[in-house]
Design a protein around this ligand. Sequence first.
Ligand code: COA
Length: 340
Amino acid sequence: MEVAQRIGQTISFETCQEEWNALAGDYEKCLDKNKEYRKTAESYHSQRNACKSQIDRQMKKLKILKESLKKTSSSSEKKDLLEKIDERKRSLDEIGKFLPRKNGFYLRLIVGQVNMILDSTADKFRYKDEYEKFKLYCSVTTLGFAVALVFFLNHRVFDAMFSFVLLWYYCTLTVRESILIVNGSRIKGWWVMHHYVSVLLSGTNVIWGDNEAYREFRPVLMTFSIYQSLVQVMQYYYQSGCLYRLRALGERHDMDLTVEGFQSWMWRGLTFLLPFLFFGHLWQLYNAYTLMTIGIKYNFNEWQVPALALLFFTLFCGNFFTTINVVVQKQKKRIKTKEQ
Ligand code: COA
């Protein structure tokens, strides 16, 4: 029996010495394995860079070829060749999904020009899954915190702590989402912007003083926070459901889970979720309105009041119109799939 399995039992020094000698052999094996791994890793990196530069070269040549081709007189062969060039570009784009790429401005500010591309579909899926779970855990935490603030903790310091947690949460989301985007996620620009606006909103809440205007708005803000956390939990079940089904669609070649099957599941989820989302958006508009009435009552003697009103109004407009746009786009896609 090994020493590790006998922890807690008394063993002699000689047995320990024997184990130590046996471990020396294992240690050698570890070193050899590590050497082998380092060699493979180096070869992997050089292959990846070589592949990347070959693709870049192809892309550059295709671009020049396309430009030259456009200047030639039109014919059916020319049209064919242009289509083939576009097809080749799409294929190269597809291959490039797993190769290093330059980070966007925000990501560069945070991590610099380190490669953030996950190089397998399984890793991309795991990262997205982690992101959704992170949102769920944070939503449950903020839900509990907001309930405690409404019923037990009535002190400005706890409120500021709550807003600070939200501030940290949204900052983290902006980073995680930037990584998702370089890895090919189709998150709409507004949802990322939504998190920047929420950072400003939470930051303003942290520094808002404890005065009458604040105390008047507090119950509305806290009940809204409870509602928003609940909606985010519902959103998690919808979005992680989409994620797992889309993954199954990509993996199963026998297609027992069809595109149509996925779409009908998605629509059922969406029609359940939408009334809650729209109610939340209207609540954001109501928050903006409440803040404006509070501002008028106290002659706008604090900048936080109109600033928060403007931020809530921006959230309402962005969320409401983007959600409508998403639904319209999905409906069009659904009709197209049915027609095929
Ligand atoms: N935040 C982050 N990512 C989002 C997102 C959001 N609000 N909405 C969609 N995405 C992501 C999806 O996960 C998907 O990612 P992927 O390409 O990595 O797979 C991509 O964007 C495209 O998603 P799409 O098909 O356009 O939408 P969906 O079906 O996943 O979700 C909604 C549609 C309407 C349910 C979703 O956008 C949503 O919940 N919006 C409302 C948010 C809101 O208003 N919150 C405030 C409530 S008070």
